[in-house]
Design a protein around this ligand. Structure first.
Ligand code: GCO
Length: 451
């Protein structure tokens, strides 16, 4: 078998709190900005909300058992801040802490390593009402929350991710308004400030987590970076692709690894750049132990001189190419390209693919099976790309498939299915799809089938 993975490779699956837990008003949980947003008419397709989602809050034992059958060595989940501290900054909700405590213990009893993400977009609504991520003090509240959760779980959780996809927090939340809190500010003035505060929060949480979780714990952040290709070789498209790369990749990776924002982007944002106080960049670039990368697709970019925005780019669809039901191109080479680039430009001590997967039009057939051939092919080709990157020296330590089960896909509600386990949302019945069985075999062999 030539396509064998390293012996200690962490095969895993990923989810996030608001997308799966449900029990939105149970166990003392406080409201989050995603509760408010999803309950606002017109924000989420079909008016779906995460009120019940996969009811994982109640069914977590079954879910963890199924993960055990799958054979994963690691599980990436997120903690709902408002379940642990309902108003985000005050009293601790013991019932919320107890839930994550039970979850972690059941993972450990299946031999599954917990990878906890502290923030997967569900800011406590009470903090939003004090300005949310536009308020610099939110970074201190985040450090307090990191302290509370790691005091309780730090003896058993050794892998911590502070934030998931700050790009989405800043840009989907504060430029396009597709995500909570739904602000539309095309100057990027809000987005750059929000991101700066998120990054301060990240930096402030690192020593706290380390103090509570021991010197050998692994701490990182999860970025969604993607290769950006110019639509043509014209100078205008090449320059446009560089701007898009600045916005989606360098803006997020440079502060963490180099302690600075890219100067071309600062120039582009002008007055709408972040307000940086002395010492901020040192906090933001506090060394991390691992980088999580979420990869789904590449972006093909053309110049858009007439666009009223400041970036002046547009995404181009290349034909013929395969697309998923998200409208995202299937482009496994992009994963290889991204891994090699990140290793070369940023030298992270360890890289994990913290999300990779695809949304398909899955159906449960009469025999009770889900033949998700597109997802099987998608995963196989992306595993191959990761294997190539490993062979070429990338310090890739693990791979988390997004997602363990179908769930609340943000503004797309339950209309888009990313799971390797099918969820019947009316009955909460879980059905492993063909991709589950494919992945089970990859994990068992620690190698790609037929390789
Ligand atoms: C993400 C999101 C996931 C999405 C997935 C598919 O981190 O982008 O973490 O929550 O469901 O990416 O869009």
């Amino acid at each position: 078998m030539s396509k064998t993975f390293p012996e200690d490779f962490s095969w895993g699956v990923a989810t996030s709190s608001y997308q799966i837990e449900g029990a939105a008003t149970e166990g003392g949980r406080g409201e989050s900005i995603w509760d408010r947003f999803s309950h606002t008419p017109g924000k989420v397709l079909n008016g779906d909300t995460g009120d019940i989602a996969c009811n994982h809050y109640h069914l977590y034992r079954d879910d963890v058992k199924l993960m055990g059958e799958l054979g994963v060595l690691a599980y990436r989940f997120s903690i709902a801040w408002s379940r642990v501290i309902p108003d985000g900054k005050g009293e601790v909700n013991q019932a919320g802490l107890d839930f994550y405590d039970r979850l972690v213990n059941s993972l450990l009893s299946e031999g599954i390593e917990p990878f906890a993400t502290l923030y997967h977009w569900d800011l406590p609504q009470a903090l939003y009402e004090e300005g949310g991520w536009l308020n610099r003090t939110t970074a201190d509240y985040f450090a307090y929350y990191a302290d509370v959760i790691s005091r309780r779980l730090g003896d058993r959780v050794h892998h911590w991710m502070t934030f998931n996809e700050p790009l989405c927090v800043a840009i989907l939340g504060h430029v396009s308004g597709e995500h909570a809190p739904g602000h539309k500010d095309s100057t990027f003035g809000e987005a750059t400030q929000v991101n700066h505060h998120v990054y301060l929060a990240h930096g402030k949480a690192i020593p706290v987590l380390r103090a509570n979780s021991g010197p050998t714990c692994q701490i990182g952040i999860v970025l969604n970076m993607s290769p950006i290709h110019p639509a043509t070789n014209s100078a205008a498209d090449v320059a446009a692709a560089y701007r898009a790369d600045g916005l989606s990749n360098r803006w997020f990776a440079d502060p963490i690894f180099k302690g600075e924002y890219p100067t071309d982007m600062l120039a582009l944002f002008g007055e709408c750049g972040p307000k940086i106080e002395p010492g901020d960049m040192e906090i933001i670039s506090t060394p991390i132990d691992m980088l999580g990368l979420n990869y789904y697709t590449r972006n093909v970019i053309a110049d858009a001189p007439d666009d009223p925005g400041i970036i002046k780019t547009r995404n181009v669809h290349i034909e013929p190419a395969e697309y998923t039901t998200m409208g995202w191109e299937v482009y496994p080479d992009g994963l290889y390209e991204l891994l090699v680039r990140v290793q070369r430009d940023y030298h992270p001590a360890a890289i994990y693919i913290t999300e990779n997967g695809c949304a398909s039009a899955d159906e449960l057939d009469k025999a009770g099976k889900v033949h998700d051939e597109q997802r099987v092919n998608y995963l196989r080709s992306h595993f191959e790309a990761a294997h190539r990157a490993l062979k070429d020296g990338v310090s890739l330590k693990g791979y988390f498939v997004w997602s363990f089960m179908d769930n609340f896909e943000w503004n797309w509600g339950y209309d888009r299915r990313f799971g390797i386990v099918y969820i019947d949302f009316a009955t909460q019945q879980r059905t492993p799809k063909d991709s589950f069985h494919f992945y089970q075999r990859v994990i068992r062999d620690n190698a790609l089938p037929g390789a």
